[in-house]
Design a protein around this ligand. Structure first.
Ligand SMILES: Cc1ncc(COP(=O)(O)O)c(C=O)c1O
Length: 382
């Protein structure tokens, strides 16, 4: 029997183990409060659900163009124009199977085996693990509170040679921190000057608290790749639809790869998602963001009271990332105990930080406010 490939020996997404244990606990105890899932607790907005039903009746729902149907690409382009003021064409947009699908495609299109790609630590683990499976050399920048857990130009200047790629995420997972617009512009300029492809993960745009502005990398450089998704702000994780804004020089390569690898993103999701960019959907989605803001306040007030006040500044997304080094140096075991004794599911930091994640934990506050309050109560007793 053929054994598994070397390239497949990457870390799994460990939080999935927490989900499994939480589902099991739900079956046996019926008391689970999940602050582990990085997804909204709401369905797709009403206009999307109506458009889905209409598409089932009126569309063939066969394969579509590889880069996605024109009306959706145009709606995404218009969305970028509305949020940034810059001109974006439907031609610039490549629709993908979740932003996860976008990452695999752009990594394959732009990087060769052995190329160095730089990411932030802590950060979203799939960048590191997918790049590793594809044979790239991943260099993690140690990003701490002094830079809001984000990479800086000074860190890039300190590298021995310019890398083939840099991935940034703002707002970020797991910290929720935002890269200051001037710093993002400076990073984009640095990448242009050094022949480095900047991949800017902007899938949490729209979920921002307070005054901090989120910039789009394309406001500085159209040589960058901008990643978007309907998963987070748009409350449509399971619809598996994302997109990228792509410089012309990479489009043909993406076309070759995407047509072979997936043919096209899911047709029903594409027809439905057009309605996600309407004013009616925006009103509904903004009401979710107001709830996240309330949940964030409850959590940021409550966590210090129970000795978990060493938090990353939660500027956006729906996460609070806590250093719990005074409680444990085995966050996985600690989260397992918390789930077993309280029914509260949390994400241990090991997915996001291979060095310090044994002392960190991520709280997702995308759920109901009452659940966050109840979870804090149980954690207080624990
Ligand atoms: C920073 C970041 N990027 C990308 C993704 C992948 O999202 P999707 O494939 O649902 O668009 C996630 C999911 O949690 C994420 O947190």
């Amino acid at each position: 029997m053929r054994s598994e490939s070397d390239r497949s020996r990457v870390e799994p997404f460990h939080v999935m183990d927490v989900w499994k244990a939480a589902t099991e606990r739900g079956r046996t105890h019926g008391d689970v409060l999940s602050l582990a899932a990085g997804q909204p607790s709401t369905p797709a907005p009403a206009p999307v659900l109506r458009a889905t039903k209409a598409a089932l009746d009126s569309e063939l729902l066969g394969y579509t163009e590889t880069f996605g149907i024109e009306p959706l690409r145009a709606a995404i382009a218009a969305h970028h124009h509305a949020t940034t003021g810059i001109a974006v064409d439907a031609e610039d947009v490549v629709v993908t199977t979740g932003s996860s699908g976008a990452f695999t495609l752009i990594f394959l299109a732009a990087f060769d085996q052995g190329d160095t790609v730089v990411v932030a630590r802590p950060g979203y683990p799939a960048y590191r693990n997918t790049l590793t499976a594809l044979g790239c050399n991943v260099v993690e920048l140690d990003c701490g509170p002094e830079t809001r857990f984000q990479p800086t130009v000074a860190m890039l200047d300190a590298l021995p040679t310019p890398p083939a790629g840099l991935i940034v995420a703002s707002p970020a997972n797991p910290t929720g921190t935002i890269i200051d617009p001037e710093e993002l512009a400076a990073l984009a300029r640095w990448c242009d000057e050094h022949g480095t492809l900047l991949i800017s993960d902007e899938i949490y745009h729209g979920i921002v608290f307070g005054e901090q502005a989120t910039a789009c990398a394309w406001e500085t450089s159209r040589e960058a790749v901008v990643i978007g998704s309907v998963s987070k702000y748009f409350s449509m994780t399971g619809w598996r639809l994302g997109w990228m804004l792509v410089p012309p020089g990479l489009r043909r390569a993406l076309q070759r790869l995407a047509s072979n690898m997936t043919v096209c993103p899911p047709a029903i999701s594409q027809y439905a998602a057009i309605a996600a960019f309407t004013d009616e959907a925006k009103a509904e989605l903004d009401s979710h963001v107001r709830r996240y803001a309330l949940n964030r306040e409850v959590l940021l007030d409550g966590l210090p009271e129970i000795g978990m006040g060493d938090l990353a500044p939660a500027d956006g997304a729906f996460y609070a990332y806590a250093n719990i080094g005074q409680l444990t140096d085995d966050s996985t075991e600690w989260c397992r105990r918390v789930l077993a004794e309280t029914g509260v599911a949390l994400a241990p930091g090991i997915d996001f930080d291979t060095v310090n994640g044994v002392r960190t934990v991520r709280f997702s506050f995308a759920g109901a406010t009452a659940d966050i309050e109840e979870a804090l109560d149980r954690l207080r007793k624990f």
